[in-house]
Each structure stands twice: as structure tokens, then as C-alpha cells.
Design a protein around this ligand. Structure first.
Ligand SMILES: [Zn+2]
Ligand SMILES: [Zn+2]
Length: 407
């Protein structure tokens, strides 16, 4: 019998607890003769299955058996007691992920430069520059939250051309991955949250969910499931298609624009207009703003999946985290967002902590944003009562009369 297994990429320091939580395969009452890795696993080059001696559930596997697949990868199959049923055995497939050293070096350098700028520059003596940097930071943040996230990924509202252009401009200014990749990764994240197919699976710990996932090759499941997620709707939009299409030297328009809006223009404006120093502007505005912008976005994948309460659905990982909402312009109401991903507010409330919703409200008023989807109060209340953890500020602890009648 051929058994499909799900692989778990691990670093040497990978925590056993997480390996166990990513439980793989129940052998049940079958005799396993061959294990076929999934198609994208490096071991399946040439589609050769890995053959292992026949086992049955009555056989207790050795703790570790090593299969030489490729020289670069060490593959180990473990048997682990099934803590849940006590009857079956799991097979766990580990492999070491390949680190992406260019990203590791770039991200580390970026943070070291930011730290250096914080330590040596007298920011507070330059209020003009702080305001300039803050406005750029908000613009980049708005491009990510209102543009890449709420508009392009979730289609939670419609935008007229001027707003769409503004969203693309702001997104480009934030200097993140290509919009096409951002949307695909985020759709996969929602569909397969906290599984191997989640690009920043928070079950692999804070660091991995925050930034580690950008420092190593993606899990094969992320690539496999990513191909199944439909993103064809994006290219029907001519503005998006232009943004992602190739230009001179086979580099996308997006990359040229990112270089210009994220790095070149923010650096040259202060020295050329009010005589600010070039190095100070580069370090304090371009580098620091970029680093802070990235971390604010990453917090949504890490902190907002790990630390907070779950008033809307206690059965999922995403949580409500006000600190993340503050940093990420309203994206920290993540338990709500994963419960109602189509709601343009990404949170039940649109107060000052949800700055993106406030700004979208202004664009709605002038007619540039329309058809904004929101979950009705009735639906929200019902979901809170059925699935919430009881921490909702209004309906969390209430037991409605109807519930009483039913019991
Ligand atoms: Zn999430
Ligand atoms: Zn989302």
C-alpha cells in the first residue's frame, strides 16, 4: 500500500513539541510497504518513491531510522506514540529546510542599521523629519492593509481608479514582496491556517511566524497548496496586471517602482528640499521606516496569532491583540478577521485603533470606495455566543434567554 505522508520541515533546533503537534500519518491497520513523498519534496526528484521495509501497526518502529535521500538532506522517520488515541502509531517525516542566506543577511543588516540609527541620531531634535517619516510609514501601512490585504486579497470592498492607484502607490512605497505573491500567500494562509501549508504557520513558534519564514525555503505544502489557490481574478484588473508585468530587463514594473518609491524618493526629498543630511535621511527615514513598517506587518502573523483573546472563535489560533492593531493600523483584531475575512473593517470596531477602516470611511464618503462588506451585528452576536471564548466586551458573558429556553 502506498501511503501519502505530510512532511514537516525542521531546523536542528526544531522543538519536538511542534513536531508532535504537526502529526502526520495514522498507520491504522494497514501494512505499509512504500512511502511516497508528495510531489514537491526534494526527495522525489525523478519521482522515485522511498522504499522502506514492511511495517504494520503491530510493529513498533525503531526510534530513528535514517533514509539517505539526497546528500544535502537528512531524512528521518520517527515513530511516536499517539498521545490521543493510545492505539495507533504516527510516522513523522522530518527534513532540514534550506536557509536563504541572502534574506538572512539583508534582514539582519536592516535591523542593525536601524538600531545604529536609533542609538546615534537625535530624532527628537528633528520633528519635521519625524513627521515626514511617520506620514510615509502610514502611507506604506495603508497600502498593505487597505490595498494588498483588504482590497486585493479579500475583495472586501470595491475601489474606483483613483483609490486603486493610490493603494498601489502606497503598497509599492512599503517595499514588500510583489503584490501577486503577497495575495497568494495570504489566501493560502487563510485557507490552511496553522498547517504545513500556511506560509507563516504560528505553530512553529513566534520567530518563524514573524520573520523566520522569509529566511528559509517554503514548506513543500505551501507551494503545493499555493498552486491550488485561485488568483486569476487579480490579473483581470488591468492596473494590477500592469503593476506585475515585466518591463525593461525582464524586471517587473513593480520592482522599478518599489526602488523609486520605497528607497530613492524618500531619501532624496529631505536633502533637496530642506537641506537635511543625506546619511541621516537615509538611515533615519528610509531604513528605519522600512524596518518598522515590515515589523508592524509581521506582527499580524506572529503576535496576532499567539497572544490575545478569542471572543469570536475560540477554536482557531488568531487572537485579538490591541498592540498589533495600534502598530498595524487595525489589523490586530485577528480573531474577528479570521472569522469574518470578507468584512472590510477586519475588526468589529472602527475606532482610532482601526485607522485603516477610518481612512476607508473617508474614501467611502467621497465615493472612491463602495460596496463595503460588513458582518451584521446579529451575525456577530450569534457567532460570539456559539463559538467565542466569553471574553467579548459586550456579549461575551451574556447568556441569552433563548439559550435558556432550549435547555
Ligand atoms: Zn492570520
Ligand atoms: Zn486576511
Amino acid at each position: 500500500m502506498n501511503v501519502e505522508i505530510v512532511s514537516v520541515p525542521v531546523l536542528r533546533t526544531y522543538n519536538k513539541r511542534f513536531i508532535r503537534s504537526g502529526q502526520i500519518l495514522k498507520l491504522m491497520k494497514v501494512r505499509v510497504e512504500k512511502i511516497y513523498c508528495r510531489d514537491l519534496h526534494p526527495c522525489t526528484k525523478n519521482n522515485k518513491p522511498i522504499t522502506m521495509p514492511p511495517y504494520s501497526t503491530t510493529t513498533v518502529l525503531d526510534t530513528k531510522q535514517t533514509f539517505e535521500c539526497t546528500e544535502s538532506m537528512k531524512n528521518v522517520i520517527h515513530s511516536v506514540d499517539n498521545k490521543y488515541s493510545g492505539k495507533h502509531k504516527f510516522l513523522i517525516w522530518e527534513f532540514e529546510t534550506t536557509l536563504i542566506w541572502t534574506n538572512i543577511i539583508a534582514i539582519t543588516l536592516l535591523h542593525l542599521l536601524t538600531l545604529y540609527a536609533f542609538l546615534i541620531y537625535p530624532y527628537f531634535e528633528k520633528p519635521g523629519l519625524i513627521i515626514y517619516g511617520t506620514i510615509l510609514g502610514w502611507m506604506g501601512g495603508f497600502g498593505v492593509t487597505a490595498g494588498a490585504h483588504r482590497y486585493f486579497t479579500h475583495k472586501s470592498y470595491k475601489a474606483k481608479l483613483p483609490l486603486k492607484l493610490m493603494l498601489l502607490f502606497c503598497y509599492t512605497l512599503a517595499g514588500q514582496n510583489s503584490l501577486k505573491d503577497w495575495v497568494r500567500d495570504h489566501r493560502v494562509h487563510h485557507k490552511f491556517s496553522e498547517t504545513d501549508a500556511d506560509p507563516h504557520n504560528s505553530r512553529r513558534g513566534f520567530f518563524f511566524a514573524h520573520v523566520g519564514w522569509l529566511m528559509m525555503k517554503k514548506h513543500p505544502e505551501v507551494i503545493r497548496k499555493g498552486r491550488q489557490v485561485d488568483c486569476s481574478d487579480l490579473f483581470e484588473d488591468p492596473v494590477f496586471a500592469f503593476h506585475q508585468s515585466f518591463s525593461y530587463k525582464k524586471i517587473t514594473h513593480f520592482l522599478w517602482l518599489k526602488l523609486l518609491f520605497c528607497f530613492v524618493l524618500p531619501t532624496i526629498i529631505p536633502p533637496l528640499t530642506w537641506g537635511e543630511s543625506w546619511t541621516f535621511t537615509f538611515l533615519a527615514i528610509t531604513v528605519t521606516r522600512y524596518t518598522l513598517n515590515l515589523n508592524c506587518t509581521w506582527l499580524v502573523n506572529s503576535a496576532a496569532h499567539l497572544w490575545g483573546n478569542k471572543p469570536y472563535d475560540k477554536g482557531i489560533y488568531p487572537v485579538e491583540n490591541l498592540m498589533v492593531s495600534f502598530c498595524a493600523m487595525g489589523e490586530g483584531y485577528h480573531n474577528y478577521h479570521h472569522t469574518f475575512p470578507w468584512d472590510y473593517r477586519t475588526g468589529e470596531l472602527s475606532g482610532f485603533l482601526n485607522m485603516t477602516s477610518c481612512l476607508l470611511g473617508i474614501f467611502k464618503r467621497i465615493g472612491w470606495a463602495y460596496d463595503m462588506k460588513t458582518a451584521s451585528a446579529d451575525l456577530v452576536k450569534k457567532v460570539i455566543e456559539n463559538k467565542g471564548d466569553g471574553s467579548h466586551y459586550k456579549w461575551g458573558q451574556e447568556v441569552s434567554e433563548e439559550n435558556d429556553n432550549k435547555t
